[in-house]
Design a protein around this ligand. Structure first.
Ligand SMILES: C[S@@+](CC[C@H](N)C(=O)[O-])C[C@H]1O[C@@H](n2cnc3c(N)ncnc32)[C@H](O)[C@@H]1O
Length: 394
């Protein structure tokens, strides 16, 4: 078979701001025709690339395989067009089905209603042809269909991931405001961490930065511990999948650096350790209960990642003072380090009192955040905003 016959369009969805990182991950996997979209990357690949995308991508939320697109001017037309597709190609009447719909359209306002109409068209076809119909299972369906409507253009995709890819399977226990795994992996990648030197998370909560950093450095596939939607597809190739998983385990490695996580709260440390154990990286991370404001760095240079309380979901008495104190600590004790702080509290971030060399807009859940980079040059004392030099352009 020639490449055109075996290669198809794939769309990996991600969070706002992580598109370029995702494209770089896809390049490394061997995907071709990579095109950046908003909160998504489109590319071409074969079945192996589709399987590998799910197993290996750290910054993807789901991997979709578009297979039909058409225009619809109203809901009945959507129903009619969906019914024209031969759904027995994709599932049997005994299997279960779930439909996710997103709409950005003046005609199709309600994504739930769009999903319902699509589901009706599919199950009506089965009932007419076979006398039985697939039932709906929103949690763990055999076949998950994604419907995307932009204006009048409807795109139907098979969701190869099943549950979203941020669910790596290691976080069963959570602290109050855990960070999404995909966002945490993206920030670790932005920080340039490769497994050398050390990476600190001094306010680690449930430990997401540390776990993602250790998994990345050890080249542990983020999807190693979970199942995917494509494993239940009619055309699933078990042998190919086993080979890909075996190769992934063989590619795991040791790394010379250290990941160190600490938190004020002993319970957070307990939860982090449990999560790290499930992720298979507990022996690669040092945990300690500590107040960042009373701690010193373990060496002369390293990466420090902060996800401090925002003062919204987690209350601290004086959120502005908290950020000011983070800045003071960095200024006085962290020369030679590169610090990254992500926060939804733009006002509090200003009180860090250091000039960021990079600012990136990201979202933590629905909260718009700023990720700021601070380079604490060795031998150079920070004097505060006014005395800082030019913003380094990246
Ligand atoms: C937003 S949470 C971090 C969430 C974390 N990124 C995760 O993925 O679960 C902020 C954490 O900062 C910790 N914290 C607040 N002040 C601290 C301090 N002075 N020293 C150490 N940890 C602190 C809190 O206990 C909390 O766990």
């Amino acid at each position: 078979m020639n490449e055109q016959a075996t290669h198809f369009d794939i769309v990996a969805k991600t969070q706002f701001g992580l598109e370029e990182l995702l494209a770089a991950e896809l390049r490394a996997l061997g995907a071709t025709d990579i095109e950046l979209l908003t909160r998504a990357v489109k590319y071409k690949g074969d079945k192996a690339i589709l399987y590998k995308s799910n197993l290996h991508l750290r910054t993807a939320l789901k991997v979709l395989m578009p297979f039909a697109s058409f225009y619809a001017h109203h809901e009945n037309q959507l129903y009619k067009r969906v019914r024209q597709i031969d759904w027995s190609q994709y599932l049997t009447p005994k299997q279960t089905l779930a439909i996710d719909a997103t709409t950005n359209s003046d005609i199709f306002h309600h994504s739930k209603f769009t999903a319902l109409k699509t589901k009706d068209a599919i199950v009506d076809q089965f009932r007419d042809r076979f006398g039985v119909r697939p039932s709906v299972d929103v949690e763990s369906p055999d076949f998950r269909l994604n419907v995307h409507i932009h204006d009048k253009l409807v795109t139907l995709s098979m969701d190869s991931s099943g549950g979203t890819l941020d669910r790596r399977g290691y976080r069963l226990s959570r602290t109050e405001a855990p960070m999404n795994e995909v966002l945490a992996a993206g920030i670790v990648m932005l920080s340039g961490w490769t497994g050398e030197g050390y990476l600190l998370d001094p306010m680690c909560g449930s430990g997401t930065f540390g776990i993602e950093a250790a998994m990345l450095a050890a080249n542990i596939a983020p999807g190693k511990k979970r199942l995917f939607g494509f494993e239940r597809w009619k055309d699933f190739e078990g042998e190919l999948w086993s080979k890909i998983k075996t190769e992934a385990v063989q590619a795991e490695r040791n790394y010379p650096g250290q990941v160190i996580c600490s938190d004020l709260d002993a319970h957070a440390i307990e939860i982090s350790e449990q999560n790290a154990k499930r992720a298979g990286v507990d022996r690669k991370i040092i945990y300690r209960q500590a107040d960042f404001f009373e701690s010193k760095p373990p060496g002369d240079s390293g990466i420090v990642l902060f996800n401090p309380p925002y003062g919204e979901r987690l209350e601290t008495d004086d959120i502005v003072g908290h950020y000011r104190e983070i800045g003071n600590q960095l200024k006085h004790h962290y020369a030679g380090h590169t610090a990254w702080i992500i926060s939804a509290n733009a006002e509090a971030l200003k009180h860090v009192g250091l000039r960021p060399t990079r600012k990136i807009k990201l979202f933590n859940g629905a909260l718009e955040c700023r990720l700021q980079k601070f380079e604490m040059f060795a031998g150079k004392k920070y004097e505060g905003l006014e005395n800082e030099g030019e913003l380094k352009k990246e």
